[in-house]
Design a protein around this ligand. Structure first.
Ligand code: IMP
Ligand code: MG
Length: 191
């Protein structure tokens, strides 16, 4: 590749339509802190991290390696019914947990909480299953569009502005989950 083309070519990770908000080292530092906090608070408990697929997969992988405790993981996949782009709060379980959570101390792990409708419904579903406790960890909290204002988030990576964000598990129509950073999409119509 010539020096000239190297300076003008962009790749998926250097896409000019993306504005990096949190880079890899900022993300790493924040997750170390979250992991320490959870490690201190869940000593002598029966912790299971429940990742909500697919968006939480990257956060889940990093968070669990920052928790120095005996623990297990499980996953759920849900689809929120959207009325256009607006979440209606109806949640369909596409993949349920593999193991019961009775008497477990559950932390539900999400990529981002936006309106809060998906997570509120998910917590309703899980709350009837006899867990000892259920808490909520989200990598990103976007409070501005929140409808379920009573939703209590126990562990938050970053509080973010009301923009469309991708990377680190978050997607736009399935793309960008593999970006190692969080970025805002400058022109969503071109994403
Ligand atoms: P809620 O029911 O509105 O809270 O929906 C949350 C879900 O919508 C998240 O788990 C994401 O899958 C998706 N979502 C919300 N905001 C964004 C965003 O900025 N980028 C990518 N996905 C998002
Ligand atoms: Mg999600």
């Amino acid at each position: 590749m010539s020096a000239e083309s190297a300076s003008t070519d962009t790749t998926e990770f250097t896409n000019q339509n993306l504005e990096v908000l949190y880079d890899e080292s900022q993300i790493r530092d924040r997750i170390v802190d979250l992991g320490k906090q959870i490690t201190a608070e869940y000593r002598d408990r029966d912790l299971v991290l429940v990742g909500v697929l697919k968006g939480s997969c990257v956060f889940m992988a990093d968070l669990m390696r920052a928790i120095d405790l005996q623990m297990t993981i499980d996953f759920m996949a849900v689809s929120s019914y959207k009325d256009g782009t607006v979440s209606t709060g109806d949640v369909e379980i596409l993949k349920d947990l593999s193991n019961p959570i009775r008497q477990k101390d559950v932390i539900v792990v999400e990529d981002i909480v936006d309106t809060g409708l998906t997570l509120s419904r998910l917590l309703e579903i899980l709350s009837s299953r006899g867990a000892n406790s259920i808490k909520l960890a989200t990598f990103l909290d976007k409070p501005e569009p929140r409808i379920k204002t009573e939703l209590k988030i126990d562990y938050t990576g970053f509080v973010v502005p009301n923009r469309f964000l991708v990377g680190y598990g978050l997607d736009a129509a399935g793309r960008y989950r593999n970006l190692p950073f969080i970025a805002a999409v400058r022109d969503p119509s071109a994403a």
